[in-house]
Ligand binder design. Structure first.
Ligand code: APR
Ligand code: PHB
Length: 403
């Protein structure tokens, strides 16, 4: 057994763990990250790329914003297409100046990884059997295996940043947590291609054939999604079939400018809403996907991870600077309030924009739900106040300050 010691042990080197680690280190708070897979594997996952202002500011505070500020694109609005007709959500105009930054999660992760390595901070990649112990006590520790050796890492606190399938949430006994879940009856098939985006802003498309999204990573790389049945497999979808279906769902005005090309990546993701309550158990905190999942409609996944990180970071600074150990009780309520707003927004956008034909076993109830959602979207898009409600949530609600 090889013994180690740190102040905050972080499980998971996704964006949550890396961002938290960087922020803490800049405040002189020692931390070690334990990650199950390799750094390359982490970078291979293609995820969303819309950053709220709060996220952008946090990355700046972490001192890792240089490339994001240079290469990220500021978006002042996005489009919602309903059966081919475009409705612009003027985020900047409707919110009094707020915008989002389009910059891939993979790029943020790479920037954070490089900054961590440059600062000489410890990350153990390929750490197996990571297991938290004594999280309710004064002296928690984590055991893990690495390179054939058994390790024990003592710490003051554990940040569970290990995603939906991680070990942290399972460490909280079932009777001490409650899980809220909604599974949607479809998935998103995503395709990444080195082609110029079809439009300068994102287009969310509600269409009879199902939802589609035209997004991007840069002026030369685009990302598209199609709503597909849950039973579909990636192998069922050739690139050609994808492009053909996309052309049917995009507004005709946009299709003329669509450049197709070979896919760099193609994958299917199921859609679900999930929240675990509480997000704190003794000295263990759940951060990001470890504690909650949203469907991608509205791009809130990464942004909710960031607001969790912001809350835990503020709390840790209070603990180590002012001895305010009482502040840790604020984590779960503060994080959850914002999480539920993001959950509700993502659920609402998902409901309004998708085609629901297998929501229940009752076709008549499904058809009625569909009609309610058509009317809901029509109402919100037809009113400036309605568009403002969408804009205000899309750019991101404010972060709460820890007392
Ligand atoms: N031990 C160590 N590491 C683990 C374990 C484990 N038992 N289980 C999972 N991990 C690692 C994963 O390999 C992954 O690298 O934890 C990391 C979790 O990263 P993400 O799943 O990316 O979660 P998070 O960092 O919270 O990022 C928030 O925003 O856009 C959304 O869902 C998207 O990943 C995104 C999320
Ligand atoms: C993406 O670019 O991958 C993306 C953008 C917006 C979303 C979801 C995904 O709502």
């Amino acid at each position: 057994m090889i013994n180690g010691k740190t102040q905050v042990a972080i499980i998971g080197a996704g964006p949550s763990g890396l961002l938290l680690g960087q922020l803490l280190a800049r405040q002189g708070i020692d931390n070690v990250i334990l990650e199950r897979v390799t750094g390359d594997y982490v970078l291979g996952r293609i995820r969303a790329g819309v950053l709220e202002q709060g996220f952008v500011e946090l990355v700046r505070e972490a001192g890792v914003a240089e490339r994001m500020d240079r290469e990220g694109e500021i978006h002042e609005g996005f489009e919602i297409a309903v059966d081919g007709e475009l409705h612009r959500i003027d985020m900047k105009g409707l919110t009094g100046g707020d915008t989002v930054v389009v910059y891939g999660q993979t790029e943020i992760t790479l920037d954070l990884m490089q900054a961590r390595a440059a600062a000489g901070l410890e990350t153990v990649y390929e750490a197996a059997e990571v297991t938290p112990h004594e999280v309710r006590g004064e002296r928690p520790y984590i055991t893990y295996q690495h390179g054939g050796e058994q390790y024990r890492l003592e710490c003051d606190y554990i940040a569970g940043c290990d995603g939906f399938y991680g070990v942290s949430r399972q460490t909280i006994p079932a009777e001490a947590r409650r899980e809220f879940i909604r599974v949607y009856p479809f998935g998103w098939l995503g395709l990444l291609a080195d082609t110029p985006p079809v439009h300068k802003e994102l287009i969310y498309c509600k269409h009879q054939r199902g939802f589609a999204l035209a997004s991007m990573r840069s002026q030369t790389r685009s990302r598209y999604y199609l709503q597909v049945p849950l039973e579909d497999k990636v192998e069922d979808w050739s690139d050609d079939a994808f492009w053909e279906e996309l052309k049917l769902r995009l507004p005709q005005a946009a299709v003329a400018g669509l450049v197709t090309g070979p896919s760099i990546e193609k994958s299917i993701a199921p859609l679900r809403s999930f929240v675990c309550e509480p997000l704190q158990y003794g000295r263990l905190f759940l951060v990001g996907d470890a504690g909650h999942i949203v469907p991608p409609t509205g791009a809130k996944g990464l942004n909710l991870a960031a607001s969790d990180v912001a809350a835990l970071y503020q709390i840790m600074v209070k603990v180590y600077r002012e001895g305010r150990t009482d502040a840790i009780e604020q984590y779960s309520p503060i994080a959850l309030r914002r999480v539920w707003h993001g959950e509700r927004f993502s659920w609402w956008m998902t409901n309004m924009l998708h085609r629901f034909d297998k929501l229940t076993d009752d076709p008549q109830a499904d058809a009625t739900f569909d009609k309610f959602m058509v009317s809901e979207l029509d109402y919100y898009l037809g009113s400036e106040n309605g568009r403002r409600v969408i804009a205000e949530q899309y750019v991101g609600l404010p972060y709460e300050t820890v007392k």
